[in-house]
Structures are given as C-alpha cells and as structure tokens.
Design a protein around this ligand. Sequence first.
Ligand SMILES: [Zn+2]
Length: 249
Amino acid sequence: MAEQLLQSLGVTTPGEIDVEAIAWEAGASVRYGALESCEARIIGYRDRAIITVRDGGDWRRRRFSIAHELGHWHFHRGRSSICRASEIGSPRQQGPALERQADGYAADLLMPAYLFRPMAAAYKRPSFEVVEALAKEFSTSRLATALRFVDLSPWPCLIVCHGPEGRRWFRRGPDIPTHWFPQNDLDPESSAMDVLYGKIGWSAPSLIGADAWFDRWNADRFNLVEQSVKGHGDEVFTLLTLTDGAMLD
Ligand SMILES: [Zn+2]
C-alpha cells in the first residue's frame, strides 16, 4: 500500500522519498519537539493528524519514526498512538502487532521493494559494506536497512544480534528453512567474538563452518560466510550468508 502511494507520486529513486511531503499529502503535519516519555506520536481528528517526533538524535531514525506514525495513520486511523523508542523499528518479531504493522509500513515506504530489490541485486555479493551503501541511498539506519536486506536481497541471509549474555534476536531471510536456528552463544572461532569484545570494530566476510552458528546434526557438513560489525552499546550484528545451496533444501 505504501508502494502504491509512492508509485502514484511518481517516485523512481530513493532520493525522491520525501517523508514530510508524503505525510502532508496524507493529511498529517509533522512537528519536532521535546517528548518526554516517547519517541514519536500521532494525534488524529477526522482526516487530519499531527505527528510529533522527538527532537535531536539521528535524522535517519527520525525519518523512520515519521514513516512509522504514517503507518498508524494508514492502518489504525481513529486512534492516537504514542510510540516508545523500543517500539519503532524493533528487530524483534514478538512485539505488539500494531507496532509491527506500523514498522512494516515504514519499511515499505522508505525502502520500497520495487527500488530496493534491484539496487541490492546489483551488488556482487552481500556484505555490511553493501548494507551501508544502501542505507546511504535510502537515508535509513544501518539496522533498518540490514533487516530489509535480509528480507529482500537475492541471497539467503540471516542477521543475528548478540550481546555478552548471548543471542538477543535474529532475522532470517524468506528462503532459509526454519530448522536453521542460530545458537545462543557465540563460537570462539567466529570473528563476531573479536567484534563483541572490542578487538576489532568490523570483520571482513569470511568462510566458517556452519556448526559455529547452528547446532543442528548435519551443520558440520556445510560452510557459510560470516561478517560482523559492532552495534550500539555492547552488541554485535552478524550477517550470515548460506553459500551452500544444500542448506536450503
Ligand atoms: Zn507505533
């Protein structure tokens, strides 16, 4: 639905996605202010609404927050929404359904598949460098872009997030069988370990046995490509690419 809207506005490049102008078209005006207990909110009355986004911080994140509120306006019109930072752009798929729906709308609006798919596919192989390049093109955060990349890239990928206490969340691409479930703990062989403990900020894509990531009975038969980058605070994101087609059977 967000994509139809973009196409009706004649958007043919990511740079043309002007989220405040789109909000205006939809009857919502955008304000920035000092919000205490939330990151963004929308208050609507009949066919007009006011979106307020917390001042400061990363502008790519503010853009996503506006798009998220537009998702509420599209799907949940008639109710006001007050959204905390943890509810906007959350990688966890167990959160409240209304928030996930608003996030889905935001991803479709800011990184529409008809633009994102071909741009991702134009690269030779998946990596965080590619994710960064796409984030720059689409003016979206690394995390939001990485999640979209896993969903829409032509390669079978997963993104896994770990903290010192173990796995926090993961996102699996649509072609990956659900029995490939990442382990809770990082393997000492993995370069993710060096990133998590601050030896390096970013590892190069490299081949590793799939049993470093999955404890399934036949995992030791396969290799995959891993690459890790440091996230905010004490977390590490790892992009796993299943390079052995037999893992997809
Ligand atoms: Zn929300």
